[in-house]
Ligand binder design. Structure first.
Ligand code: ADP
Ligand code: MG
Length: 314
């Protein structure tokens, strides 16, 4: 495996007892990339994040971070990573600066170097004026910025985050993304994050889509959307199976029922809508057409809708 990659994962599997949380997953992330692991709840994102952050040892397979094998050199890999956990990793009863100082000491920083670095990160994240405030008085968005400042304190080459936007309002979410773009641009930092939000994943350079512990798609967002065969047409009806077979018979095309709605993917979808309405108008409650979204990619690869996925069937 090449050391030019920030992350190289080869055939990683992880089980909790009998439950397979990550299955035969292979994946490389280039240096400087913003990479999103997208999947519904229970798809294995946090497990993969835990292995990458060295919190869990890889049970099967090999993981390299900047060329360091997590199995044999976890310390070297850790030194290159700034990690933001999903559960808040900051102490509410300490001030912003106290949190940063404490975290910096854990990474071996001290004295003037630590003070300078804290000041730099506080100012870069627009937190300088809040440095003396207790974390418990901050909004969710500001707290997340404190976590980012903390994670970047020891100048890691990679920022690894589990659901950094969960619980944030859209404004605070944009704010986090602005900062991620900035650290990538100014410091060349590789960003790896997990998310269950389709629109958030679209902002990444590349996306890995997970489903039941497996990687079901891997590419740039536009390329993934382009891989779906044309426009997505969705029909709501009271008898989806019946309508599905009627359409299939009449037009000799691929059509399926996904979680109670009839779906077709067709180039020139706008030409299909009048055709379908003319033939089956009586049975159609609503018909919608759209350019393929990441949810369409997910449906295309798994046969399930993103949100209605049965997470406990593995
Ligand atoms: P995600 O972060 O995508 O929601 P997780 O990695 O947390 O997914 O979970 C993947 C699967 O592993 C789920 O089926 C979940 O119930 C199971 N799982 C996660 N953590 C544990 C654990 N500590 N013990 C047992 N099962 C777990
Ligand atoms: Mg999770």
């Amino acid at each position: 495996m090449s050391t030019a990659n920030a992350v190289s994962i080869d055939n990683l599997s992880h089980r909790y007892g009998d439950r397979v949380a990550v299955r035969n997953l292979s994946l490389s992330i280039a240096v400087g990339e913003i990479f999103a692991l997208l999947g519904p709840n229970g798809s294995g994102k946090t497990t993969l994040f835990r292995v990458l952050s060295t919190l869990l040892p890889a049970q099967e397979g090999e993981v390299l971070v900047f060329g360091h094998d997590l199995g044999t050199a976890p310390g070297k890999a850790q030194a290159q990573m700034g990690v933001v956990f999903q559960a808040p990793g900051i102490d509410r009863k300490l001030t912003v600066r106290e949190n940063l100082r404490h975290h910096g000491r854990l990474y071996g920083l001290g004295g003037t170097a630590l003070r300078t670095r804290c000041d730099e990160m506080l100012s870069r994240l627009g937190l300088a004026e809040r440095a003396r405030d207790y974390v418990e008085t901050l909004s969710g968005g500001l707290r997340r910025r404190v976590e980012l400042a903390q994670a970047m304190l020891h100048r890691p080459q990679m920022l690894l985050m589990d659901e950094p936007s969960t619980g944030l309002d859209p404004g605070a979410r944009s704010d986090v993304w602005q900062y991620l773009q900035q650290v990538r641009q100014e410091d060349g930092v590789t960003v790896v994050l997990t998310t269950h939000l389709l629109d958030e994943a679209e902002r990444a350079d590349r996306i890995g889509i997970m489903h039941h512990g497996e990687l079901v798609a891997l590419d740039a967002p536009a390329a993934l959307q382009g891989s779906v065969g044309g426009d997505a047409i969705t029909i709501k009806t009271t008898a989806p199976e019946q309508l599905c077979s009627a359409i299939s018979q009449q037009f000799d095309c691929d059509v399926s029922v996904v979680d109670g709605t009839v779906r077709l993917e067709q180039p020139q979808g706008h030409e299909w809508v009048p055709r379908l309405v003319e033939s089956f108008g009586q049975q159609i409650d609503t018909i919608t057409i759209g350019k393929p979204t990441l949810e369409d990619v997910f449906i295309d690869r798994t046969g399930h809708r993103f949100w209605k996925d049965d997470v406990d069937s593995n």
